[in-house]
Design a binder for this molecule. Structure first.
Ligand code: UDP
Ligand code: MG
Length: 324
């Protein structure tokens, strides 16, 4: 955000040349992962020689109640590449990932879950994409092992509904497992909004995105941290933090009520029997009053959306690269 002409934008002078070897940061949010964290660490270390980059691993202990933090401290004591962030309590996966992104120093940053559902070997393909000039290489799930039918169906429906409700393009069948270039991380971390939902913010940032297809494994150990209630609350954040389409749906209701009221009015004015006139007059009054009220709510919604956008303070545009 430098020159006066573009003080409202975020500017990233960037070339597609990638630093060699460069530093890769791997961000891993952890909540009660004592059963799996050592296996995860060993697996990530096993790919380190093939990365072609220096590596730092940032573990975020998100207020675990088990021995995760002790295990992480133990791992860090013997390895200077490891950073452990201990959050003061459980703030949730999105906040934990944000803390990791803000701490990461890398030229590229990978976010990966602690439970080995996302195979670390896929990071090698993500780096290869990044080296060709892609800014976000995101994992796209070809298959998902070890998930219930309910989770598979609800996730599939949600991904598609979410993509349709977003005002910009969002990939489906994609979670948080992705590699982001430094410019993308700086953009997202530079946003003033406090509640970040990365699955919509990273696509919002723009830049060049490309999928890396992979098969998602079952959890190696431990269990999911998401109840149906948690998933619903996350879905609400996903939708309401980035889309104003829900407010626009109120306009559709207003139009529907107005149509019902107008039809009732037309029937009551043209009908021959008293009963028919009475019933359709009631429909007309109820429909038209509902339409008036819904329109009022929709107009207030439009103001709220605009105030909310200003409060979020996202820049109106981001420049990926300046030429000359
Ligand atoms: N996680 C976290 N804080 C939470 C919940 C989860 O840091 O409050 C981490 C968790 O340790 C894991 C990742 O977020 O590394 C994804 O969680 P989980 O595997 O339970 O989600 P699922 O794969 O079942 O959707
Ligand atoms: Mg998982």
């Amino acid at each position: 955000m430098s020159d006066p002409e573009c003080r409202d934008s975020a500017t990233y002078a960037q070339s597609t040349e990638r630093p060699s070897p460069g530093l890769l940061s791997i961000v891993i949010p952890c909540y009660n992962e004592e059963a799996v964290i050592e296996a995860t660490h060993a697996r990530i270390c096993s790919i380190a020689p093939r990365l072609g980059m220096e590596m730092e691993i940032i573990y975020i202990d998100d207020g675990s109640k088990d021995n995760t933090l002790e295990k992480l401290k133990h791992l860090a004591s013997g390895d200077a590449r490891i950073v452990v962030l201990e959050l003061s309590r459980n703030f949730g996966q999105q906040a934990a990932m944000s803390a990791g992104l803000e701490t990461a120093q890398g030229d590229a940053v990978v976010i990966i879950d602690a439970d080995l559902q996302d195979p670390p070997e896929v990071i090698l393909e993500m780096i290869a994409k990044w080296r060709t000039g892609i800014d976000v290489a995101y994992g796209r799930r070809k298959s998902r092992d070890g998930e219930s039918v309910f989770k598979l169906v609800s996730a599939s429906i949600f991904y598609r509904f979410f993509a349709a409700m977003m005002p910009y393009s969002v990939p489906v069948d994609t979670g948080d497992f992705k590699l982001c270039d430094r410019a993308v991380v700086d953009t997202v971390c530079g946003l003033p909004e406090k509640r970040r939902y990365l699955r919509s913010l990273v696509p919002w940032a723009g830049f060049h995105h490309a999928p890396v297809d992979y098969d998602r494994d079952a959890r190696t150990a431990g269990e999911t941290k998401y109840s149906v209630f948690n998933l619903l609350s996350l879905a609400a954040d996903a939708l309401l933090l980035s889309s104003d389409k829900p407010v626009r749906i109120i306009w559709l209701l207003a139009i529907l009520f107005a149509f019902i009221g107008a039809s009732g009015l037309a029937v009551s004015l043209t009908s021959s029997t008293q009963t028919q006139t009475g019933v359709s007059a009631i429909i007309a009054v109820v429909g038209l009053f509902s339409a008036a009220q819904t329109t009022g709510i929709a107009i207030i919604g439009e103001y709220v959306v605009r105030c909310y956008r200003e409060a979020q303070g996202r820049p109106p545009f981001i420049i990926r690269r300046k030429i000359n």
